[in-house]
Write a protein that binds this ligand. Sequence first.
Ligand code: PEP
Length: 250
Amino acid sequence: MRKRIIAGNWKMNMDHIEGSSLASLILEGIGEKELPCEVVVIPPFTTLPAVAEVFAGSKVDTGAQDLWYEDAGAFTGEISGSMISRLGCRYVLVGHSERRHILGEGSGILALKLRAALRAGLTPIYCVGEAAEERESGNAEDVVEKQVREVLEGLGPEEISRTVVAYEPVWAIGTGKTATPEDASGMHSFIRGLIAGIFDKEAAGRILILYGGSVKPGNASELLGCGDIDGALVGGASLDAGQFLGIIFS
Ligand code: PEP
């Protein structure tokens, strides 16, 4: 039985003061309740230390939104995996669609970043997903296959066992449009099949594949009820404690 992860990507929202308050509200909302899944909060870099402090000793994990692919050195403005892990973070996003499309990150750099995350002992959440025109032209699976192969091929068995994939159709991110449970779970089982082909059945059975794209309390349980969907990467709704908690406990 695979575990479930609900991860909240705060994107470029919440400074360290606002972020501490939101983290405290999330903790208060969880209270003494048993968490039905692993919960990860992914704030901006400058907010991360404050949020990690609020969640220290709790059941909520933290993650970063990006990392650089070298471990240290003359890379002005960049943050290494070890800097992130030393804050107590366990996760890092790699290849979020906003970094692919706004900042032009492609498979070459993403493969290096994913390996840097693993080297630092972090769990990379590797984001893949097709754009609207790619889905409309019937190329969604080809696009996702390329993204998966170009970055994950060549990982060792131990490395793939520490990697999480997030399927986030670009047209569903921040738009209020959600993939139907059938379309989402179809793509998730396609990705799982790819992992079986590249690695083996054991790796495919074990890998967590999260869905992202306008997940809200109202649609979470239907999406999360699909067999191959192991959790959610949540953007907008993770900025509101009530909505995020609604998804966690859906
Ligand atoms: C995201 O940022 O990864 C995301 C899925 O955003 P939203 O939930 O707002 O669509």
